[in-house]
Design a protein around this ligand. Structure first.
Ligand SMILES: O=C(O)CCC(=O)C(=O)O
Ligand SMILES: [Fe+2]
Length: 291
């Protein structure tokens, strides 16, 4: 590790605060930014802030995730859009029975040190206040899960993240490395929601209907805020030897969120002490129910 990897730095040198005045949300320019983001999220479920990270920082940003990506846990599995089990009572063409390869890798949060650009942004109070204002929350809270709080999503050549809905209602991502081809983020805004699951609509997308699909042409430094709970989305297979890297900043509306231990095992290949604690508590609870 070199000095530049660990040197502390001012976030103002990293984020384009002139275009994105996240430290001055009470000013006209700050309110304007929030309004624009909120309108776009309401219309589309997605907002992209181009060049959120200043171009002068991109080399360092890319080097950071490139170094971390060597530690990614590759978890090749088959998943349906709901990340659930198949339902044999339903026909094979039903979306619940449509499984596709999920072949991305994740670098867990405990591999990402303090002093990195990624952790500096993640813990920054102004950044969190900005995200809260955009998603319409009083506050957002860092995950209390040392693996899932901050992760790097790594897609190698031929790998993909297939059609799915997220379990979090919103997700904040930053692209740090763009592949030579493919790796396109596609989504169909609000395909499900208050009116229900819309299995027919989901099935049409899985069958190749592209009529209402949107696609993002992301480049390194772009920040994306996305309501993935109701918008079906995927990342298409990466083409060429250059990996695709995105960073996921995970926040919750309530404090203390920890993912399920079995999910940590599936995604990161291991669990943290907080998950071990959860398992012990469950055993105690199960025992007392038996009595
Ligand atoms: O890497 C991305 O652009 C987003 C991946 C995604 O949809 C997810 O992690 O849930
Ligand atoms: Fe997702």
């Amino acid at each position: 590790m070199t000095d530049t990897d660990t040197a502390a730095f001012d976030l103002a040198a990293c984020i384009d605060l002139d275009t994105y005045p996240i430290r001055a949300l009470g000013t006209d320019a700050g309110r304007d930014l929030i309004d624009r983001c909120r309108r776009q999220l309401a219309d589309d479920g997605c907002v992209v802030l181009k060049d959120f990270v200043r171009p002068s920082m991109l080399t360092r940003l890319e080097a950071e995730t490139e170094r971390l990506a060597r530690d990614a846990h590759i978890n090749a599995t088959e998943t349906n859009p709901y990340n659930s089990a198949a339902d044999p009572a339903l026909p094979p063409e039903h979306p619940k029975n449509r499984f596709d390869d999920r072949t991305n890798g994740f670098v867990a949060g405990d591999r990402i040190e303090q002093g990195t650009i990624l952790r500096t942004i993640y813990h920054d109070a102004a950044f969190k206040a900005f995200i809260a204002a955009v998603v319409g929350a009083e506050e957002v809270h860092e995950f209390a899960d040392p693996l899932a709080d901050l992760v790097v999503n790594v897609l190698k050549e031929g790998r993909q993240h297939p059609w799915h809905f997220d379990s979090n209602d919103f997700i904040v991502t930053l692209q740090t490395r763009k592949p030579l081809g493919g790796g396109i983020f596609q989504y169909q805004p609000n395909i499900r929601g208050a009116r229900g699951e819309n299995f027919e609509g989901v099935q049409r997308v899985l069958d190749g209907d592209r009529a209402a699909l949107k696609a993002l042409e992301l480049t390194p430094g772009d920040l994306q805020i996305f309501f993935g709970r109701n918008s079906l989305h995927r990342v298409t297979p990466v083409e060429g030897p250059r990996e695709r890297h995105t960073v996921i900043f995970a926040y919750a509306r309530e404090p203390g969120f920890v993912g399920r231990p079995e999910r940590a095992r599936a995604i990161f290949g291991r669990i943290a002490p907080v998950h071990e604690q959860m398992l012990r508590t469950e055993v105690v609870r199960a025992d007392s129910l038996e009595d």
